[in-house]
Design a protein around this ligand. Structure first.
Ligand SMILES: *Cc1c(COP(=O)(O)O)cnc(C)c1O
Length: 397
């Protein structure tokens, strides 16, 4: 093609160099050119490898998908534009009107919203049940139940689901078990080893790890399910941008190191906070006082993760004083960042619940969730000591 001055608009194709880049190149191209219609046939029919249009796939998504497949020890997964994109692709790509799905009763807030509002609007009925209690899950099953969606560690109470028990019930009834492994990550558990049929991630959180990318991932054990999920994601535009995939790949290269470091700090910090005045309780799966401690040790291979929750004895005034005094720690609605972040469920993720429903979940005004980052443990201990003392001084008894 020539522009008005007669010169070529398209640059000449890259020639092959004698050297190659260390870093995956960013490929922002929306479209990919083929030589001939025959060559395109070869591509569509799987005789040749190539891309056509970036909503359908591009090299940067392929690289992230491959890394995720390796981590979950499965093949054929796809990357989506967010974790919610992956959850939507599974629920809406596989279920149909008349089907019934059961969700964990403490799923991520937007997953709960899909279960409570959007799926019922489309004629898909839903129930919620406690994934810590297999009996409750079993009791929720109906003849139309096609799928159970759980997270291994609940947010923000960090209760540990009985995945083995639920997987056995699913097998018995021919129900698909879908596991959102965002909190636990493949470093602590690979859900396919425990009977999962589909695994989902928000790559946005610990995997990409720098709070500058939104991405999700989903993979099914069954190839046909993978194809159905992929086609739905491509059709509805749930697929990711090259730039996000490119940044996520860089983050993922240090995921193991970041996870191990923040987990080690989380474990120390949990014990430290438990010893401070003004703290009612600390929730960390590797602590002996955690209600699911034995299961956590067994399932998670002794890895408690980087999330710690705790409850101040006092209420909102103390909570305000705490975030003000927690110097350098962001009070922000995310997790898995390089820096430690704090969340306060009563004013954010769980604000739409009634105070009664919140207190049934143990989420008082003094309840905080910490996503431990890469700061050194001693500095964090000092910050928490000071901020919790400030909270106690400000708090009503
Ligand atoms: C954040 C999160 C999601 C949603 O992921 P996004 O990338 O924000 O869309 C889903 N599940 C869990 C457990 C999460 O923490």
């Amino acid at each position: 093609m020539r522009n008005s001055k007669g010169s070529l608009v398209r640059p000449a194709p890259f020639t092959r160099d004698a050297s190659s880049p260390l870093v995956t190149p960013l490929s922002p191209s929306v479209a990919y050119a083929s030589d001939t219609p025959d060559a395109l046939d070869d591509q569509y029919e799987g005789r040749a490898m190539g891309y056509t249009y970036s909503r359908e796939g591009h090299p940067n998504a392929a690289v992230v998908a491959e890394r995720m497949d390796i981590m979950e020890n499965m093949s054929g997964g796809i990357v989506t534009g967010s974790g919610m994109g992956a959850i939507t692709a599974v629920l809406m790509g596989l279920l149909k009107s008349g089907d019934h799905v059961i969700g964990g009763n403490q799923l991520y807030g937007r997953s709960l919203r899909l279960m409570k509002e959007d799926l019922p609007r489309l004629g898909i009925t839903t129930s919620l049940a406690d994934p810590v209690d297999v009996g409750a899950m079993r009791a929720a099953i109906r003849p139309q139940t096609r799928m159970i969606l759980i997270e291994i560690a609940s947010n923000p109470s960090l209760r540990i689901a009985d995945i083995d028990g639920i997987a056995a019930v699913c097998r018995e009834h021919g129900i698909l078990l879908v596991v959102d492994n965002t909190f636990t990550t493949p470093r602590a558990i690979q859900p396919f080893d425990h009977g999962a049929d589909i695994v989902i991630h928000s790559i946005t959180k610990l995997l990409a790890g720098h709070s500058d990318v939104m991405l999700g991932y989903v993979v099914a054990r069954d190839t046909d399910l993978n194809t159905q999920i992929r086609v739905f994601a491509v059709t509805t535009g749930l697929t990711p941008s090259p730039y996000d995939c490119w940044l996520a790949e860089r983050g993922m290269l240090s995921f193991d190191l970041r996870f191990d470091r923040s987990q080690a700090t989380a474990s120390v910090l949990a014990d430290h906070i438990a010893g401070l005045d003004g703290v009612k309780r600390v929730i960390y799966p590797m602590r002996k006082d955690h209600p699911d401690h034995a299961r956590a040790v067994e399932l998670l291979n002794g890895q408690g993760g980087n999330m710690v929750s705790f409850e101040l004895t006092a209420g909102r005034a103390a909570a305000n004083a705490f975030t003000r005094a927690a110097e350098g720690l962001a009070f922000a609605p995310t997790l898995g960042d390089v820096g430690t972040t704090l969340s306060h469920p009563a004013s954010s993720s769980h604000r739409i619940l009634t105070p009664e429903d919140r207190s049934a979940l143990g989420l008082s005004e003094g309840f905080f969730r910490i996503s431990v980052g890469l700061e050194d443990a001693e500095s964090l201990k000092t910050i928490f000591t000071d901020a919790i003392a400030a909270a106690s001084a400000a708090g009503e008894p």
